[in-house]
Design a protein around this ligand. Structure first.
Ligand code: MEV
Length: 432
């Protein structure tokens, strides 16, 4: 038996599964049956998923849920969310309801510029390079004409190309820093295609003119998009913040953010909670959650130290809470219309433009942070979290429907722990 293999991707799905089963599954029959359980009977749909990536052997389900009652700029929305963490959707729904009676969320897009770079090495004189660049700049743009034609019709395209001298950071290192507008698409393929065309054109006649070669290292978009920013906020009178001691809790809420701003250990968890909401809607709409997460965390560190992505203040008796975050998203292209559930998510969101989607998703992030900080600064996080986690514990303990109903009632108002649930279930079972 060999645990390595050549030509794996050429095998059929069943051959792949059999090889895997023989070499790695503890119980071959059970392992294969688990994989088969998650296959879709609808052959066309399964084939679509098989072809998203290489070596597909089954599907990996994540729950798909909705959080209703979000009022954003006066318009009601239901947010589709794909996420496995028990408390996220419940929190989103509660927060949506809370703010719906306090004026809802106000949002605006600040900027929509995306970035791509051609990284290259050049050992000659910078002034000569600069002259060569300026002389050829129009030609570089022209080299992308066939790629940008459609995008230009949709209001996007290349905004600018800059030559940047990075030699103070790395010997002989320069870049073409290219900015883009990508309309309603996230634009990754568009940007990368443009960059490769630019790089090819830039290098083409370099030696003839500069007598020194330009060595292209790579051409790639950046997932850091500090000029693709959206703002979302809520506000209410401090006295409307809570029923009991609103001044004290509003103040504690602000302090929680101040702590995240000076303490990276806290800030990372704080921002992780924000990403719970953001990633869930990003994934549900077929967007790239890794790109969004990477860009958001880099933005959180833009000052040189890692800080909160949200802010809060109390001014003249009014509590203000807001987020400013980079979000590079699409509502066309990629999986957005190809994955049937992503397509449906966009339908639930009333077919937003990419800019609208940025605003909706910023709200999802702000809401999660509100739920987390509200819980953390009052009851603590575990009460709500464990309440939602109760079903997972019951499933782990293989409780049946009757047992689940019984234990959920029993645990109402009590602290949920694994032991408390196991004990309650044990008591119930011996009583029978
Ligand atoms: C858990 O997924 C997220 C929280 O830890 C976020 C936070 O602490 O702010 C609750």
């Amino acid at each position: 038996m060999s645990k390595t293999i050549t030509g794996f991707s050429k095998l059929t799905k069943d051959e792949k599964i059999n090889w895997l089963a023989k070499n790695f599954f503890k119980d071959v029959k059970e392992g294969i049956s688990t994989l088969k359980q998650y296959e879709n009977d609808n052959e066309k749909l399964q084939q679509l998923h098989d072809e998203f990536i290489e070596n597909t052997i089954s599907n990996f389900y994540v729950p798909y849920a909705v959080a209703p009652n979000f009022i954003i700029n006066g318009k009601p929305y239901v947010l589709p969310m794909a996420i496995e963490e028990s408390s996220v959707v419940a929190a989103a729904s509660l927060v949506a309801k809370f703010w719906s009676t306090r004026g809802g969320f106000k949002t605006r897009v600040i900027s929509t510029i995306k970035v791509g770079q051609v990284h290259f090495v050049y050992e000659g004189d910078f002034e000569e390079l600069e002259k060569y660049f300026q002389k050829n700049k129009d030609q570089l743009l022209k080299a992308t004409d066939s790629i940008t034609a459609n995008m230009r019709k949709r209001g996007g395209g290349i905004v600018d190309i800059e030559l940047r001298d990075k030699t103070s950071k790395l010997e002989n290192y320069y870049q073409l820093h290219v900015t883009f507008e990508t309309a309603d698409s996230m634009g990754a393929n568009f940007i990368n295609s443009c960059l490769e065309a630019i790089a090819k054109e830039f290098k083409n006649n370099a030696f003839a003119e500069l007598k020194t070669d330009i060595h292209i290292v790579m051409s790639i978009l950046s997932n850091y998009v500090p000029e693709c920013i959206v703002h979302a906020e809520v506000s209410c009178k401090v006295t409307d913040f809570f029923d009991t001691d609103p001044e004290i809790y509003a103040q504690k809420f602000v302090q929680a953010i101040q702590i995240a701003n000076v303490e990276p250990f806290r800030a990372v968890t704080h921002n992780k909670g924000i990403m719970n909401g953001i990633d869930a809607v990003v994934l549900a709409t077929g967007n790239d959650f890794r790109a969004v997460a990477a860009g958001a965390h880099a933005y959180a560190a833009k000052s040189g130290s890692y800080k909160s992505l949200t802010n809060a203040k109390i001014e003249n008796g009014v509590f203000h809470f807001w987020i400013e975050i980079p979000l590079s998203l699409g509502t066309v292209g990629g999986l957005t219309k190809l994955h049937p559930l992503a397509k449906l998510s966009l339908e639930i969101l009333q077919d937003p433009s990419a800019e609208e989607l940025m605003q909706i998703i910023a709200v999802a992030g702000l809401s999660q942070n509100f739920a987390a900080l509200k819980a953390l600064t009052t009851t603590g996080i575990q009460q709500g979290h464990m309440k939602m986690h109760l079903m997972n514990i019951l499933n782990q303990l293989e409780a049946n429907l009757h047992e689940k109903e019984n234990i959920v009632k029993k645990m109402d108002g009590k602290t949920v722990t694994h032991k408390a649930v196991a004990d309650a279930l044990h008591q119930l079972r011996i009583k029978k």
